[in-house]
Design a protein around this ligand. Structure first.
Ligand SMILES: [Mg+2]
Length: 409
């Protein structure tokens, strides 16, 4: 066994000598609660919980709330009454989105390579910044942490290492570290892997965890000990990538590209089988609205617009149109969907479900305005759409429906 350990340590040393990447994972602490404390400073240092949108369960807790024994996902009826000293706040995702952007903007000032991984986490490539700042990487991390605290008033933990997978493990450790920073240097990789259960590894979900356990692999160390051939056979290329990332060899670089989804699909069964066209339109209208809200959330427009009708006996009718000019404008999308509905709808058929599919996205920032497009009109549409979203956030979901209004009303 000792030999195997030495062998792996040699491998890690060699990788570390050849490549000198330094990746940070910056993770906001109890993010939603921290946002609430930022706007309500009197809540700082107190047990605070943020509840899911409809106030059903706990989705973020302050340290003090954790200490009271309040768990993630606890339903409100279990915590109310019992936890009188705690404050419960309904989530305002609008606020969290804005604060998140502030945090990410600070990070982008430190390094040009920032990958926003989730609303409260980002990978930052710090490679080479030692010389620029004339500080070592730990000091750079401290500087980042302090700047975010001072300028945005949000506490963060920072994990540092040579790959994203290791930085992620480091950030978990940073959470319980006094100064909120943890570095896994190449001499610390092995001891960390020995004490890391496979479930803690980035990218290992329930199924993969079960497969590894069936094969007697319980720790990250036992994973990297496996041969490439075995990993490739059992898990595929992803398994190989995991092993190399855990040994300190960067496979997945920090990428500042924004990943857009392939499509947005909103479908559901109707309350009854029906051939009533107005009823079907209503159901489609609901999907159009939800799809458009999602589209605007990812700051994108779509070229592809599809409609799906499923009949009582499960036959599917589908039609799609591809626009030259991408759009996220609800009225335009609903006009197109209803035109397509006219062409596939048959009054003699009973339908069971409807769906709306949007695809082929472009980011708003990159949406090419076509030469012949009316740019001013496009801008107006964008503004109107944003108004819809603001009102909805204020007054609740689906307060606004485009109904069957056409463009000339
Ligand atoms: Mg977090």
């Amino acid at each position: 066994m000792a030999n195997r350990l030495d062998e792996i340590q040699n491998l890690i040393d060699n990788i570390a000598m050849a490549k000198k990447n330094v990746i940070a994972l910056v993770d906001c602490d109890s993010f939603f609660v921290s946002c609430e404390q930022k706007v309500n400073p009197e809540l700082k240092g107190k047990p605070v919980c943020v509840m899911s949108a409809r106030g059903q369960c706990v989705i973020s807790r302050s340290k003090e709330a954790k200490a009271l024994g309040i768990r993630m996902g606890m339903p409100y009826f279990q915590v109310e009454g019992k936890m009188k000293e705690a404050t419960f706040i309904n989530a305002s995702h609008d606020l969290y989105g804005e604060v998140s952007k502030e945090v990410m903007d600070v990070l982008k000032r430190f390094s040009p390579k920032v990958e926003v991984y989730s609303i409260d986490e980002a990978f930052v490539d710090l490679t080479g910044l030692e010389r620029l700042y004339k500080k070592n990487y730990l000091e750079i991390a401290q500087m980042i942490r302090q700047t975010i605290k001072e300028e945005v008033d949000i506490p963060v933990s920072i994990g540092l290492s040579s790959t994203k997978s290791l930085a992620k493990l480091a950030s978990d450790k940073a959470k319980s570290h006094e100064d909120g920073i943890f570095l896994i240097g190449h001499r610390k990789i092995l001891p960390v892997l020995e004490h890391t259960s496979i479930d803690e590894i980035w990218g290992i979900g329930r199924n993969l965890s079960a497969l590894l356990r069936r094969n007697g692999i319980l720790t990250a160390y036992e994973l990297v000990k496996q041969s490439d051939i075995w990993l490739n056979k059992q898990i595929g290329i992803r398994g190989l990538e995991m092993k190399h990332e855990l040994l300190g060899e960067m496979v997945s670089p920090v990428s500042d590209e924004i990943k857009l989804p392939k499509s947005i699909q909103k479908t559901s069964a109707m309350a009854k089988f029906t051939s009533d066209k107005e009823y079907i339109k209503n159901s489609l209208n609901y999907h159009i609205h939800r799809a458009c809200v999602k589209l605007r959330k990812i700051n994108a427009k779509c070229h592809g617009i599809g409609i799906m009708l499923r009949t009582k006996d499960f036959k599917v009718f589908y039609k799609k149109r591809v626009l030259n000019q991408a759009t996220s404008f609800e009225l335009e999308i609903s006009d197109i969907i209803f035109e397509m509905l006219d062409s596939i709808y048959n009054p003699n058929i009973l339908y069971r479900s409807t769906g709306v599919i949007l695809d082929t996205f472009v980011l708003n920032s990159e949406a090419q305005l076509s030469l012949f497009a009316d740019n001013e009109a496009e801008e107006k549409k964008d503004k109107l759409s944003k108004c819809f979203d603001k009102l909805e956030e204020k007054f609740g979901k689906n307060i606004i429906q485009t109904g069957f209004i056409t463009k000339d009303t």
